[in-house]
Design a protein around this ligand. Structure first.
Ligand SMILES: *[C@@H]1O[C@H](CO)[C@@H](O)[C@H](O)[C@H]1NC(C)=O
Ligand SMILES: *[C@@H]1O[C@H](CO)[C@@H](O)[C@H](O)[C@H]1NC(C)=O
Ligand SMILES: *[C@@H]1O[C@H](CO)[C@@H](O)[C@H](O)[C@H]1NC(C)=O
Ligand SMILES: *[C@@H]1O[C@H](CO)[C@@H](O)[C@H](O)[C@H]1NC(C)=O
Ligand SMILES: *[C@@H]1O[C@H](CO)[C@@H](O)[C@H](O)[C@H]1NC(C)=O
Ligand SMILES: *[C@@H]1O[C@H](CO)[C@@H](O)[C@H](O)[C@H]1NC(C)=O
Length: 495
């Protein structure tokens, strides 16, 4: 019997070893299995859960606008401009993805974004009737466009501005400055000009910073993104914008069109990762940098933000954005994608921008807590937990000798408004995420454990079955090991 038991040990050991190997394989493959299950859940295939919540997000969205009121406009340019922040004027935003076309062959999806806004007086600080004074954007755009024109054109524009009663500042109710827009004789006039004179800007009859953005499907443009239906591919990554593969406004790496459009982020983020996003409002790809980690109700997150380097005019990365005229650090010249208007983007209150900007216009108090632009993301799954997308719109101004209105102005960036979109994940989703995260973390150990227990059981049963029952029918060990088997025996007992 000794030989029989030895053989059984060997057999049971072999089976157990196989199972143990399987256990190791399962735990190693777990991440893969998990990833592919997650990927299939996230893919933007019509009908999937991911698609449904992408198409018409149920998350309540807010759009908060802060306006800067120019309180000493009457004393410009003798006095340094001083501004006071008003707001927030808080709007509920409803967002839907429309005109969706799925192209499974190219693993892509194209769409437009419909947005509508409704004012929420309870969440606001101020009313839509607030009388707000700001730099006259129409005059400043016209002058900026003419800044490289000849003497005659500039003089003519100067006279035109006087004729249309354009002044340095305008005072309008908040509602008109934001969504409603206000009438302006000069706009009426501009409508009659040929496209070449207006830089192809749409002919509008009113001016407001968000005029025609309510109930519009045009503000974000036409996007083509990945579907994520193929193994390892991530959904929601930009492929084309307004049918272009690169940004037409810039050259070199600044023309790069890449990254997430906001909903789907890469998984397995580390502190050395950069979060690449395409922001249609900024007409550019941004690389958010890691700024720290934390924990939210038991879930770890990494925060990625628009730090000092992202808009740093002096860096190699940003050179191609300025087209040779980089003036201040922390400022993004978006003129090229606003039909040549003097629009410059910064973080709110010139956070992380050159300090000189806050000496040229007073009243701003940057505060990282209130004014930074960040994504806090659960790093393993790439799910954003807390997002604050914030930026400030400014008008660039410089002395223009042949135009009376701007003859004596200083060179500065005039802050007009800043916007904030804050999204924080709600508790139900947070609980779901904690569960998914636990499955990911413990799944490998758990499945390995299960496989090992199985291995033990199988080894035991094999042992019991073969070792205790089968030996009766086996030839004696001495025969088996000490004498060569004859053919018949070999057939009966191939083992
Ligand atoms: C904005 O500033 C002007 C000029 O100082 C002032 O008359 C007006 O009341 C201010 N608006 C608000 C809403 O505070
Ligand atoms: C509301 O706005 C006023 C300025 O118009 C400001 O002084 C005040 O601090 C704001 N309140 C809150 C709660 O933000
Ligand atoms: C896009 O969708 C809107 C609203 O859903 C519809 O009115 C419009 O005709 C569509 N446009 C195209 C080009 O399909
Ligand atoms: C946007 O349009 C809707 C419907 O036409 C309207 O009820 C709402 O007040 C508008 N929002 C703004 C900010 O004007
Ligand atoms: C708004 O404020 C400006 C500047 O203080 C003032 O000249 C204008 O009359 C005010 N408009 C209204 C409607 O109160
Ligand atoms: C802003 O960019 C435009 C085009 O991209 C360029 O022509 C202009 O000179 C820049 N303006 C400043 C003030 O740098």
């Amino acid at each position: 019997m000794r030989g029989g038991v030895g053989r059984c040990r060997w057999l049971a050991g072999g089976v157990a070893a196989l199972f143990a190997l399987a256990a190791i394989a399962v735990s190693l493959a777990w991440q893969r299995i998990f990833d592919s299950v997650l990927a299939s859940q996230l893919a933007l295939v019509p009908g999937s859960r991911s698609y449904v919540s992408w198409e018409a997000p149920a998350v309540p969205l807010r759009f908060d606008i802060y306006l800067f009121n120019w309180t000493n406009a009457d004393h410009f340019p003798e006095e340094t401009p001083h501004v006071e922040q008003l707001g927030p004027y808080s709007f509920r935003e409803e967002r839907r993805h429309v005109n969706v076309t799925v192209n499974p062959e190219t693993d892509s999806l194209s769409y437009r974004t419909f947005r509508s806004y409704s004012f929420d007086p309870e969440a606001s600080n101020g009313t839509l009737e607030d009388n707000v004074t700001t730099l006259n954007p129409i005059a400043s755009a016209a002058i900026y466009k003419a800044r490289e024109s000849g003497y005659i054109q500039q003089k003519t524009l100067g006279m035109g501005l006087a004729m249309f009663g354009q002044q340095m500042a305008v005072s309008k109710p908040a509602r008109e400055l934001m969504f409603e827009g206000y009438d302006d004789l000069m706009l009426e006039f501009a409508k009659t000009l040929p496209d070449s004179a207006t830089g192809g800007a749409p002919k509008i009859d009113r001016f407001g910073w968000f005029y025609q953005r309510n109930n519009s499907i045009d503000s974000d443009g036409f996007m083509e993104v990945t579907l994520g239906s193929r193994g390892g591919s991530l959904p929601g990554q930009i492929l084309n914008w307004n049918t272009e593969e690169n940004l037409p406004y810039y050259s070199g790496q600044c023309a790069e069109l890449a990254g997430s459009v906001g909903e789907f982020l890469p998984r397995d983020l580390t502190p050395s990762s950069r979060l690449t996003m395409f922001m249609a409002d900024l007409c550019r790809t941004l690389h958010l940098r890691y700024s720290g980690s934390g924990e939210l109700q038991g879930l770890q997150y990494h925060t990625y933000e628009v730090n000092r380097d992202v808009f740093d005019a002096g860096s190699k990365e940003n050179e191609c954005f300025c087209n040779g005229a980089c003036a201040w650090g922390g400022v993004m010249n978006v003129s090229a994608c606003r039909y040549g208007a003097p629009s410059f983007i910064t973080l709110p209150h010139f956070l992380y921008a050159d300090e000189e900007l806050r000496e040229l216009v007073t009243g701003l108090q940057p505060d990282e807590e209130k004014h930074s632009f960040y994504f806090s993301v659960e790093p393993k799954l790439g799910i954003p937990l807390d997002v604050a997308a914030r930026f400030q719109l400014n008008i660039y101004m410089e002395p223009t000798p042949n135009i009376a209105l701007y003859e004596n102005v200083p060179r500065l960036l005039f802050p007009v408004l800043w916007v904030e979109q804050r999204v924080t994940i709600d508790d139900t989703v947070l609980a779901e995420l904690r569960f998914v995260r636990a499955v990911l973390d413990w799944g490998a150990i758990f499945s390995a454990g299960v496989a090992l227990v199985l291995a033990a059981i199988v080894a035991l049963t094999t042992c019991t079955n073969i070792c205790l029952k089968k030996p009766k029918y086996l030839p004696p060990a001495d025969l088996l090991f000490e004498r060569p088997k004859d053919e018949a025996e070999m057939k009966l007992n191939p083992m």
